[in-house]
Design a protein around this ligand. Structure first.
Ligand code: NAD
Length: 264
């Protein structure tokens, strides 16, 4: 299968690092023009340089915007008024005791993880539907189905993304625009590495090793028995954004290494 996205504009939110950067790179390697979004000029420029080295001749645009509020989304939309592919990757995560999670934290998670995708879909879907082709992907998580007791605030936002993606797929029915969610399991992103930093420093172990130990201790149902790489997640996203994925819409696609113990 040859995935060719030449002529398509792809916006990947929060794409200066982690899973988002790997997705942007995968889409660029498939010929798409990509928009790199991050919160600072320095991180966005660095990501663009890395991308240009990896994919010579790539068409790339910068968008510096913090997507945790409506104003930030408006800033982004000024740089990207139209897109053919929207990957709602921006998402924050981290363990926190339920009793210690205050309203402000809940609101920050909701705005960043859910409302950024609501706002961007509302703005960019009409153009995709009018052009008769588009791809919207929400980067959810296995935590949407397998809600972690120490990250309930996060799990709630990830379940909400599944609902949003399924609803939008029906909303765009028959238009040529597909809407799906992708559910990674533990993945060795920059954010995951930051979460594991103390353990890596204390033990002197590699990210792969602490990732594997994290999976075995906290997600023992994992079939692959290790954390995934960001590229493994990106591969699924690039496929679902391709022409070839035209019969996949309204789906929740797992790249969780089999953590969710279910057969569908
Ligand atoms: P990461 O922390 O490695 O990267 C996230 C990026 O988002 C960073 O570059 C950060 O600067 C940026 N960012 C954070 N807040 C932002 C904001 N308000 N506006 C714009 N950019 C912002 O994260 P990741 O692990 O690559 O996660 C990406 C997505 O994948 C998230 O939605 C996350 O919930 C999901 N996910 C991750 C894992 C995992 O184990 N890493 C597992 C399941 C799902």
């Amino acid at each position: 299968m040859k995935i060719d996205l030449t002529g398509k504009v792809a916006l990947v939110t929060a794409s200066t690092g982690g899973i988002g950067f790997a997705i942007a790179r995968g889409l660029a390697e498939s010929g798409a023009e990509v928009v790199i979004n991050g919160r600072s000029e320095a991180t966005v420029n660095k990501a663009i340089q890395t991308l240009q080295q990896a994919v010579p001749g790539v068409a790339v645009r910068a968008s510096i915007a913090d997507l945790s509020d409506a104003q930030g989304v408006e800033t982004l939309l000024r740089t990207v008024p139209h897109a053919d592919i929207l990957v709602n990757n921006a998402g924050i995560f981290g363990p926190q005791d339920f009793y210690a999670t205050d309203d402000e934290t809940w609101e920050t998670y909701w705005q960043t993880n859910v409302m950024s995708g609501v706002r961007l879909s509302r703005a960019l879907l009409p153009g995709m539907i009018a052009r008769g082709w588009g791809r919207v992907v929400f980067i959810s998580s296995e935590s949407a189905l397998n809600i972690p007791a120490d990250m309930i605030h996060y799990g709630v936002t990830k379940t909400a993304q599944l609902s949003l993606a399924r609803g939008l797929a029906k909303f765009a029915a028959g238009s040529g625009v597909t809407v799906n969610s992708v559910l990674p399991g533990p993945t060795m992103s920059d954010g995951f590495a930051a979460m594991m930093k103390d353990e890596m420093e204390k033990s002197g172990k590699s990210l792969e090793t602490v990732g594997k130990e994290f999976v075995m201790a906290n997600r023992p149902s994992s079939v692959i028995q290790r954390a995934a790489s960001v590229e493994e997640v990106a591969n699924m996203v690039v496929y679902v954004c391709s022409m070839q994925a035209s019969a996949t819409s309204g789906a929740a696609l797992r790249v969780d290494g089999g953590v969710v113990d279910d057969i569908v």
